[in-house]
Design a protein. Structure first.
Length: 382
């Protein structure tokens, strides 16, 4: 039966442990997903000649680019681990260390859609009798190019991910039996040197979609359970950020850009590598209601412009258990902007930045710790 439309109830988003992954246990479903968008762009160059107005051909000179982005509610670090980010229990591992090496950073993403009116998450019910109405779109060899966390008063903390891939595949006749894996799927992983599909991708399996809930799994994190430690930063700002008379933080945003440059070579139709552009310079934006100012001169800041040792953001679940922590070290205050007008509270917007060091750099980095610390799937690579 043909679908009239597909809405969020029918979609489930999966990520692989590597581009060569084929078993169901080498894939996992991301939790609390709010959006998933994907597109492809093919760049061509027209071939023209004297004596003819219309082009005689239009050739592809560069490998196509597949764009993918998704957003999800921050939870306990499960999604971060599935996406290849480091989860250091003691805040001792660079958060993006797993994204820096090109040969370890790419993954495949799969968007599975069930028939209209049927939840993708188990129990599947009618899906068992409607196998041909299940479809899967795969994004192959995708590298994450941006990670952004937004948290504000009145909203649930949300993470947004952007990625660039090389391949996109569609599967229209996916097989599903209630209580088992999805099969009869052609995978999206390819060999970057020649663009040929990997042998392991001829027939892959995805695990059964589930709700991802449970007693130890936060459904979502509330803004009232977020604490921001700004004691080191307060010494650099005009407003008081920590202690008595501190400003009241309204929102925070952490942005980690990881742009990549595709490397091409003669004799290859596809980019054989997508390497990170260095330096990587994450930013932290904080907006707060001004309470009190303190004695501070810009000239003093210029003459003694040291690093801010650390800024830490902690998220607790509804049981007051720490669910996730971000720690930024060796930070610089780049801007401090005040806004005051009739009606609203006087506010201050602060901009901070840092530079990511190597994977083992414990001084110049962003660190993350999530309550979920066990492996989320197998570790197959291409």
């Amino acid at each position: 039966m043909a679908n009239n439309r597909i809405i969020y109830q029918s979609d489930a988003l999966f990520v692989s442990s590597g581009v060569g992954a084929d078993d169901a246990n080498e894939h996992t479903q991301l939790r609390r997903v709010q959006s998933a968008n994907y597109s492809l762009n093919v760049s061509r160059q027209d071939v023209n000649q004297f004596g003819q107005l219309a082009r005689i051909d239009s050739l592809i000179l560069e490998s196509p680019t597949v764009s993918f982005d998704t957003s999800y509610y921050l939870s306990d670090g499960f999604n971060e681990m599935a996406l290849g980010f480091a989860n250091g229990v003691n805040l001792d591992k660079g958060f993006i260390s797993g994204q820096i090496k090109a040969e370890d950073a790419d993954r495949n993403y799969y968007i599975l859609s069930t028939p209209e009116g049927v939840d993708a998450n188990s129990p599947r019910g009618a899906v068992a009798d409607a196998n041909t109405d299940i479809s899967v779109i795969g994004i192959g060899n995708a590298f994450i190019t941006d990670y952004t966390l937004d948290a504000s008063v009145g909203d649930l903390p949300t993470v947004s991910i952007s990625a660039e891939g090389t391949n996109m595949v569609g599967n229209a006749d996916v097989t599903a039996t209630n209580g088992s894996d999805y099969t009869n799927i052609v995978g999206a992983g390819i060999s970057p040197s020649d663009g040929e599909a990997l042998a392991s991708q001829a027939d892959i399996a995805l695990p059964e979609a589930v709700a991802g809930t449970g007693a130890s799994i936060p459904n979502a994190l509330r803004p009232g359970d977020i604490s921001v430690t700004l004691s080191d930063a307060s010494a650099k700002s005009i407003v008081i950020l920590d202690g008595a008379g501190k400003s009241h933080v309204q929102s925070i945003s952490i942005s980690i850009p990881m742009s990549r440059t595709p490397i091409d070579r003669l004799g290859s139709k596809f980019s054989f590598a997508r390497v990170v552009d260095f330096p990587i310079t994450p930013t932290l934006s904080i907006s707060a209601v001004v309470s009190e100012i303190q004695d501070r001169q810009l000239t003093s800041l210029v003459s003694s412009d040291g690093f801010i040792n650390s800024i830490q953001i902690e998220f607790k679940d509804q049981a007051s258990t720490v669910a996730a922590v971000y720690k930024l070290t060796n930070v610089k205050l780049d801007s401090e902007s005040f806004s005051s007008s009739i009606g609203p509270n006087k506010t201050v917007d602060l901009g901070f930045s840092l530079t990511i060091g190597g994977p083992n750099d414990t001084e110049n980095n962003i660190f993350f710790s999530g309550a979920h610390s066990t492996a989320v799937m197998g570790n197959a690579r291409a």
